[in-house]
Write a new protein. Structure first.
Length: 145
């Protein structure tokens, strides 16, 4: 069943120090709560609301980005109750559901964190593609003869 919504509720980005030397970047993502909620589409329908925290920490003490939000998930009422009960009992969810929720959080949060890191002059938290130039091609283009 589908993910029907995604929201950021809190966004914090701060640079606390000047960047010197090597920077270690650590990511953490936590589902902090799972609870049933309702949305009205054509009629009122039950959903699960997955609350999360996504954090990027720049060490040694350079800065951090913290994003809190929620993912809204729709399924059959019986499954929603099963997932919620599993969460309440032992903070566990089925692997396929967890992967779907975490991947959605990672995609949306990494994009937002990348923009925020640029805004406050921190290095990107993910490896960005870089162009490389083949030196033999450069020499051939510069040859005049």
């Amino acid at each position: 069943m589908p993910i029907i919504g995604f929201n950021f509720d809190k966004i914090l980005a701060q640079r606390t120090n000047v960047i010197k030397g090597n920077v270690n970047i650590n990511h953490t993502i936590n589902i902090t709560n799972v609870k049933r909620d309702e949305v009205t589409l054509e009629k009122k329908q039950e959903i699960l609301k997955f609350e999360f925290n996504f954090k990027v920490d720049y060490q040694p003490n350079i800065g951090n980005i913290s994003l809190d939000g929620s993912v809204l998930y729709m399924d059959e009422p019986k499954k929603l109750k099963e997932f919620e009960d599993s969460w309440k009992k032992n903070k566990r969810l089925p692997t396929s559901l967890t992967a779907n929720i975490i991947n959605t959080i990672l995609i949306k949060s990494n994009v937002k964190a990348l923009i925020l890191s640029q805004d406050i002059n921190l290095p990107p938290q993910i490896q960005l593609p870089k162009a490389s130039i083949n030196q033999s091609e450069v020499k051939a283009e510069n040859y005049i003869g």
